[in-house]
Design a protein around this ligand. Structure first.
Ligand code: F6R
Length: 613
């Protein structure tokens, strides 16, 4: 979704270049227009337009701004088309207040009509534009600038992360947050930054503060003060340190972030294996003592949840229901019982539908919210009773890759802790599961070093097919769905992940001679039935590509091509196949995008952090 980056410094540095580089580091969030404003000598300088940052920079020289203070914005269109006029920053009638915004103002239509009646002129179709006008209106009532913002925001319904630059306070950036992330970075005594996410200022400083809901930050060069928006009182905050290395947000020799992040999986998994056992134990104990257990998320996080619910249920001996976050309230109204648990999974920790689901559940019933996220300080952590941070590191590629495997691994660690607590298997058996789980980074590393040519060949073979299926049974249905999602988003191919058993109830009608079907076939309890499904497609002329373990004998025989997943003797276990099989599908998506000339890091219309419903 929208990206915000603000900078205020006392150094003589090219402010446009800093603003441009900062906002470029948020490109991964997805956007369709860009704008920057700076202040110098009592004047505001604004450049903005629709298009990618590089295109707009070519036209408008986005690195060329005067002054020592600037805010930059990338907009992902919601209210109003992606046009120059709708791009941020937006201004008031006197053009002396500029605002950039991430989020949605739900009551903007009514407010806009009222403001028009009071003589305000609007230039855009956006919800954001009402904010500078409302502040202007409050200034007319005689309030100072800070109180005008506070009073104006009280009228708004919806969510916002805002950065405000105004001639009323020329040496200041004001940042405000309600349900849309804003973090503050600081080089004490030198420069202060505000941003929607860490990568924006990661190369500039590692010292940060998190802005909480209904808090305001007043940024001066190298200083920041925080206020409670409800009481106007000063808040004392302690700064924290980002643990990521600076090059975590660089491509590091890879052509795309997506490829880099696929290759980072072994290391990301090794780090995630080291998550504090205390945290895992807390999750395990709460899940064990709960009446009903639900797991929720969106997109890739939902598919990780599908795998996780299988793994946890196996050791828990209770059913876990996976529900898409946007459906959770609809499905559970009147059915949610006390002493239930909702496990929320979200890479960004900011997906508004996931957050809304857990906030609703918490209000509706006395239950526990456990969340798994990759983002320290994200909103989801604030709405949870307990949270675990996966150790994937920053994921810049829009398509989730390493965060998926780390989410599944975290859920698997919880499952094994439950197994230990329940003593349902002999300790030695549980230790074997741990060994198998700990071998997943090595399996992926071996797979990634040996299979690129094969994947590229398959991509070439599938070149003319813009639709095919990933079919699977049991735990692998989540893997199939995640593979289908990757192909859709980065390669723009309608590849569907589907249940192999259900495929004969409709999708099989698509099969003609040479129609490709990819079977995900780990050697688990569904294996024999999956062969049956495979034969149904083969006998109708389907071209069968199977993803199997190295030692597979049967499915290989019936397949036109196979992708082999390494299977270390003794320690392999299919219950962890959602982790070890997914890189094959991620690479298939990546190389299909490359083959078709698409940029896998910038899928059309997509946003990394979805902060609208
Ligand atoms: C797919 C993808 C999205 C996200 C979804 C949820 O590659 O990235 O489908 O998985 O938007 O996002 P989080 O996990 O941040 O809640």
């Amino acid at each position: 979704m929208c990206g915000i980056f603000g900078v205020i410094t006392n150094q003589d540095i090219p402010i446009g270049k800093i603003a441009l580089e900062g906002i470029k580091r948020l490109e991964y969030r997805g956007y369709d227009s860009v704008g920057i404003v700076s202040q110098h000598d009592g004047k505001l300088f604004i450049k903005k337009d629709a298009g990618k940052i590089d295109e707009v920079h070519k036209k408008l020289k986005l690195d060329d701004f005067p002054g020592k203070i600037a805010i930059a914005h990338t907009r992902w269109a919601t209210h109003g088309a992606p046009t120059k006029i709708n791009s941020h920053p937006h201004t008031n009638c006197s053009n002396n207040i500029t605002v950039v915004h991430n989020g949605i103002i739900e009551n903007f239509m009514t407010l806009k009509e009222e403001l028009i009646q009071r003589g305000h002129n609007f230039k855009s179709d956006t919800d954001t534009e009402i904010i500078p006008h409302l502040i202007e209106e409050k200034m007319k009532e005689g309030l100072d600038f800070k109180d005008s913002i506070i009073e104006a925001l009280k009228i708004l319904k919806g969510s916002y992360g805002l950065a405000i630059l105004s001639l009323y306070v020329p040496d200041t950036i004001i940042a405000v947050r309600k349900e849309s992330p804003i973090i503050i970075g600081i080089e004490p005594g030198v420069a202060t930054y505000c941003a929607s996410d860490f990568p924006a200022f990661l190369p500039l400083t590692k010292t940060y503060y998190i802005l909480e809901d209904c808090e305001m930050a007043i940024l001066k060069a190298g200083e920041v003060e925080f206020f409670d928006m409800n009481t106007s009182e000063i808040i004392e905050k302690k700064s924290q340190q980002i643990e990521w290395s600076i090059n975590a947000a660089e491509k590091g020799g890879y052509k795309h972030f997506m490829l880099k992040e696929i290759y980072e999986q072994p290391e990301a998994l090794k780090r995630t294996l080291k998550i504090s056992n205390e945290d895992i134990k807390i999750f395990a104990q709460i899940i064990l003592s709960a009446n009903d257990i639900y797991i929720t998320g969106a997109g890739t996080s939902l598919f990780a949840s599908l795998a996780g619910k299988f793994i946890i249920s196996k050791f828990l001996g209770k059913y876990i229901q996976a529900i898409e976050c946007s459906e959770l309230k609809g499905q559970l109204t009147n059915f949610l019982r006390d002493n239930s648990v909702i496990i929320a999974v979200s890479q960004s920790g900011e997906t508004i539908d996931t957050i809304e689901a857990i906030r609703w559940a918490k209000k509706a019933q006395n239950l526990k919210i456990l969340s798994i996220t990759n983002a320290v300080g994200s909103s989801i952590t604030r709405y949870s009773d307990h949270f675990i941070i996966t150790q994937a590191g920053p994921e810049i590629g829009v398509a989730a890759t390493k965060t998926y495997s780390c989410q599944v691994l975290t859920l698997a660690l919880i499952a094994l802790e439950i197994a230990k607590l329940r003593k349902i298997e002999p300790e030695s058996e549980i230790q074997n599961y741990y060994k198998a789980l700990k071998s997943t980074p090595q399996i992926i590393e071996n797979f990634l070093s040996n299979n690129i040519n094969l994947i590229r060949k398959i991509v070439k073979d599938l070149e003319k097919h813009s639709s095919y299926f990933f079919l699977a049974r049991g735990i692998s249905i989540g893997t199939a769905k995640e593979g289908g999602l990757k192909l859709k988003e980065v390669a723009c191919r309608f590849i569907e992940g589907y249940s192999a058993a259900s495929a004969k109830h409709g999708p099989i009608a698509l099969v003609r001679k040479g129609y490709p079907i990819v079977f995900i076939a780990p050697p688990d309890e569904t294996y024999v039935r999956l062969i049956g499904n495979l034969m149904e497609f083969k006998s109708r002329g389907g071209k069968i590509i199977s993803i199997v373990v190295e030692s597979d004998k049967k499915i290989r025989v019936h397949s036109d091509m196979t992708i082999d997943i390494p299977q270390p003797a003794d320690i392999y276990h299919s219950i962890f196949s959602p982790i070890t099989f997914i890189p094959a599908l991620q690479l298939l998506a990546y190389y299909t995008a490359i083959f078709h000339g698409l940029d896998p890091d910038k899928p059309l219309n997509l946003s990394k952090t979805v902060t609208v419903h």
